[in-house]
Design a protein around this ligand. Structure first.
Ligand SMILES: *[C@@H]1O[C@H](CO)[C@@H](O)[C@H](O)[C@H]1NC(C)=O
Length: 201
């Protein structure tokens, strides 16, 4: 399979860099917001506008990353085993199921819930446990990974499978970094609620 990856194509590396860049960027931005309110300040002190601004930025970076990925795949060799209707249909199916996970997650969480609102102090009332969260705890990440893999199979490109592995690894790292932090944001709210409850007694 690796024999079918053309590492000499600059577009391959550009795609790899954009895959590494996106989660790095939004984690740094979100932590800066949490500690220094840097994005809220940029939006005149309105945290909701700040979160929308970050949402638009992350969404746009995602579109650019997807475009760079497709551009990279076009310059890569096709594997004969993947050049079959089975691979194509499997790929299309994976892209569709990936999009279902991503879109249903956005639908359930809303814009601020999807795009790091918790770092802006905009917390969800309750944890969402219904679909797609009954299938995976991180439907955005898993859905996105499935779409990358699906596109690789659809185009029949081993290079795409390799870049998908990078997407997967990057999201695993992101989860390890983000999950404890957001869990602590919600735990803090619980502690404050408890305190407020005791004071009210
Ligand atoms: C998740 O919820 C959906 C819709 O409520 C349901 O159709 C599906 O079977 C559930 N999946 C699992 C794995 O529980």
């Amino acid at each position: 399979m690796l024999g079918y990856v053309d590492f000499k194509q600059p577009s391959f590396w550009v795609s790899a860099v954009s895959i590494l860049f996106n989660p790095t960027f939004w984690n740094i931005a979100a932590r800066q917001e949490y500690h220094n309110k840097i994005i809220t300040k940029l939006f005149g002190g309105n945290s909701r506008y700040g979160c929308y601004g970050l949402a638009v930025t992350i969404f746009s970076l995602g579109i650019i990353r997807d475009m760079l990925y497709e551009r990279a795949l076009r310059t890569q060799p096709t594997h004969p085993l993947l050049d079959s209707p089975t691979a194509t249909y499997t790929g299309v199916g994976l892209v569709l199921s990936g999009n279902v996970l991503v879109l249903s997650s956005m639908w359930k969480l809303g814009i601020t819930g999807t795009y790091l609102g918790d770092y802006f102090g905009i917390l969800m009332d309750d944890m969402v446990t219904s679909f797609p969260f009954n299938v995976t705890s991180s439907p955005m990440y898993d859905g996105s990974t499935l779409s990358f893999l699906g596109t690789a199979l659809w185009f029949g490109k081993p290079a795409g499978v390799l870049l998908t592995a990078l997407v997967y690894a990057m999201y695993r790292v992101a989860c390890r970094f983000e999950d404890p932090f957001t869990a602590e944001i919600y735990a803090k709210r619980e502690r404050e609620r408890k305190k407020a409850g005791e004071r009210a007694k």
